[in-house]
Design a protein around this ligand. Structure first.
Ligand code: WT7
Length: 650
């Protein structure tokens, strides 16, 4: 984050008190902080009672082998039963679980009773395909109800799922299938994006030609677009052929609280994505509690909508597991916010009378850019709490969100968390906290977080440093799939006994926390973490690229924009259209989200004596700043060369 925006944060003095009525009826009040402080484990044991356990846990936390946590380890439960069946058994079968809105305008209302039948059939289908408890299932799907059904079916039979975002390429999918050693892939012919069918199955076909994916026996394919799809006999099975003929009865079996629920890949600095492992009892406890607390969910009357894709952790925790465990009614939307018009989201809020909305700063900034007159055309008066997640939200966007979307009535909750934390960790509570635009403010009850300096010392109020979590929490990652050492190295070695989140943060004079972005080399683009190394590897895989260095440069629209410096081979520099070709190449390898905004051909890259590229200096160039310390460069003239080649580089 640039110094300029830091200064802006410091100047922010607007304050917003919780609405009196919301505060008077809030699910969680200030007393929860005291209770959790007095007895943190007792507090979480109490929250675990939100769930239905086949065997109640007697031990809350086993931290005898830190940082490998076991929460509720002698408890047994079935996650899908908790998200579906128990609501039906409680007489809520007719409650709508999902109001699905397809991009072309097709709509389906799915009740909890419907969901119970669909999940049971899908679970029986997976069993028929030979999926056993513990087998991994890769899910590469659009935003349709079958994706949720597939996830819950996996949970029901204890087969950990690994979702791969539908915007990722065949390469990315193949790497994730290999690493998790998936046995079955669930996909669809495609989904609707920007008014057109967008195919998914061809990427699965391509991924399964790669070495290391041989263990995939079956591909289960949902028909969504009806477009023609290549077919591999004996491997590919239509969902409507297999699932539809299954029995609607499936008895869920209870698993241990620490049974793996899912793996979700997140970019790391060293290129290879990390398979973040989440387990069952602790994860479900914390996603259910935080969804109840942070959104003040009243399941009988609220209509909740999280705009994230289920392929990201936000979708796992706050479309699937948290809201369904709480018996919520929610909206699920397939498409893009501007199809067929830029008011589509607000039309959906009006249509379903959405009360709780959860989205990302990048979307909020885009809507700001499109203009206030668009949301003004719709009735948004149903909204009562607005949430933000994924990156720091700048105060302007925060205030715009509250004012233009929330009619100045709605609290905005800026929720900080990560794929690794599994659930929200730092956030205001809508009925308690006096909100400060741009700050996630305080750790939730039962969560311990602080900001430390280089030597692990807690910084005083008014100072910045690194965000750390100082106590284990129920929905924490348990390890990096197949790589305990990487779990230790990435999260637990920077500071002793502290979880290192990789984010810079600052405590203000009141001790409230302001997040300042990633401290390492992972770029944050429109709410997605993208590793510099992955983009560099993609560039270098092009025959005309000799070397590449990628940095994230501050960008008002997307937080960071990908800026690549490349050394070309031979006379490639003179070729017209090469830069465009390289951008397309990256998009093809990693997906469109990773496409560099700018590619600058250079003759040399700044490197340290040990051969490490000094991205810090390139970031200075990309952000039009005076260069920082160049003394560790092998050749200090390199930067001059780059700068003279690029007058007005940014
Ligand atoms: C990183 C985690 C959490 C689900 C979506 C992203 C950034 C997330 C905030 C926020 C400032 C935030 C952090 C974090 N981040 N929420 N409210 N304020 N920064 O999950 O892909 O694992 O990314 O997103 O840098 O470390 P993720």
């Amino acid at each position: 984050m640039s110094n300029e925006s830091l200064a802006n944060l410091l100047k922010e003095e607007r304050r917003f008190a919780p609405p009196a009525e919301l505060a008077a009826n809030a699910n969680v009040t200030a007393e929860a902080y005291d209770r959790a402080k007095a007895d943190r484990l007792g507090f979480w044991a109490e929250q675990a009672r939100r769930l239905s356990w086949e065997t109640e846990p007697t031990e809350t936390l086993d931290w005898s082998n830190p940082p490998f946590a076991k929460w509720f380890k002698d408890g047994r439960l079935n996650v899908a039963y908790n998200c579906v069946d128990r609501h039906v058994e409680a007489g809520l079968g007719d409650r709508v679980a999902i109001h699905f809105e397809g991009e072309p305008g097709d709509a389906r209302a799915i009740t909890y009773a419907d969901l119970q039948r669909e999940v049971s059939k899908a679970a029986n289908a997976l069993v028929e395909l030979g999926v056993r408890t513990g087998d991994r299932v890769a899910i590469y799907m659009p935003m349709i109800p079958e994706t949720v059904v597939a996830m819950l079916a996996c949970a029901r039979i204890g087969a950990p799922h690994s979702l791969v975002f539908g915007g990722f390429s065949a390469d990315a999918l193949a790497t994730r299938i290999q690493d998790a050693d998936a046995r079955v892939v669930i996909t669809s012919d495609g989904g609707y994006r920007r008014g057109k069918p967008s195919a998914l199955k061809p990427a699965v076909d391509e991924a399964l030609t790669r070495p290391g994916t041989e263990n995939v026996r079956s591909v289960l394919v949902v028909r969504r677009t009806g477009e023609e799809t290549a077919w591999t006999e004996g491997r590919d099975v239509w969902w409507h052929d297999l699932v539809d003929r299954q029995s609607e009865q499936h008895t869920p079996q209870a698993f241990e609280a620490e049974h793996p629920l899912f793996i979700l890949y997140t970019s790391g600095t060293t290129g290879k994505p990390k398979g973040i492992l989440h387990t069952s009892g602790g994860y479900l406890t914390q996603v259910a509690y935080t969804h109840h607390a942070v959104f003040d969910l009243k399941p009988e009357t609220d209509v909740y909508w999280c705009t994230a894709d289920v392929g990201w952790v936000t979708g796992h925790s706050y479309i699937v597991y948290g809201p369904l465990a709480n018996g919520a009614t929610q909206v699920m939307y397939e498409g893009t916010p501007d199809t067929p018009h830029k008011g589509r989201w607000w039309e959906i809020v009006e249509k379903y009378k959405v009360t709780l909305l959860y989205t990302a700063p990048t979307a909020i900034r885009t809507c700001m850019k499109w203009g206030d007159d668009i949301p003004a055309k719709f009735d948004l008066s149903s909204l009562r709490v607005l949430g933000s997640v994924g990156e720091p939200i700048n105060p302007e966007a925060w205030v715009w969100y509250r004012h233009t979307i929330g009619g100045d009535r709605t609290p905005v909750v800026d929720t900080w968390w990560q794929t690794e934390t599994g659930a929200i960790m730092i956030s205001p509570l809508p009925g308690v906290t006096e909100a400060k635009p741009g700050s996630a403010q305080v750790p939730l009850p039962g969560i311990a977080a602080t900001v430390v300096d280089d030597d692990a010392g807690e910084v005083p109020n008014g100072s910045g440093g690194y965000l750390v979590l100082t106590e284990p929490w129920p929905s924490m990652l348990r390890t990096v799939w197949g790589d305990d050492q990487r779990y230790l190295d990435t999260y637990w070695s920077r500071f002793e006994n502290r979880y290192f989140a990789g984010d810079g943060a600052k405590k203000d004079e009141d001790g409230d926390i302001w997040l300042l972005g990633r401290v390492d080399d992972v770029m944050l683009v429109s709410g997605h973490n993208i590793s510099t190394t992955e983009v560099e590897s993609a560039l270098v895989s092009h025959p005309k690229v000799a070397e590449a260095a990628v940095v994230g440069a501050a960008d008002p629209q997307t937080t960071q924009a990908i800026c690549a410096f490349v050394i070309l081979r031979g006379t490639a520099a003179e070729e017209e259209g090469l830069v465009e070709e390289l951008r397309a190449h990256v998009a093809q390898h990693l997906g469109p989200i990773a496409k560099p905004k700018r590619i600058l051909p250079v003759d040399e890259l700044p490197k340290t004596r040990s051969g490490k590229i000094m991205r810090r200096l390139l970031r200075d160039v990309a952000e039009n700043r005076a260069l920082g310390d160049v003394t560790t460069l092998t050749d200090s003239t390199v930067m001059e060369l780059i700068q003279t080649k690029l007058p007005g580089a940014a």
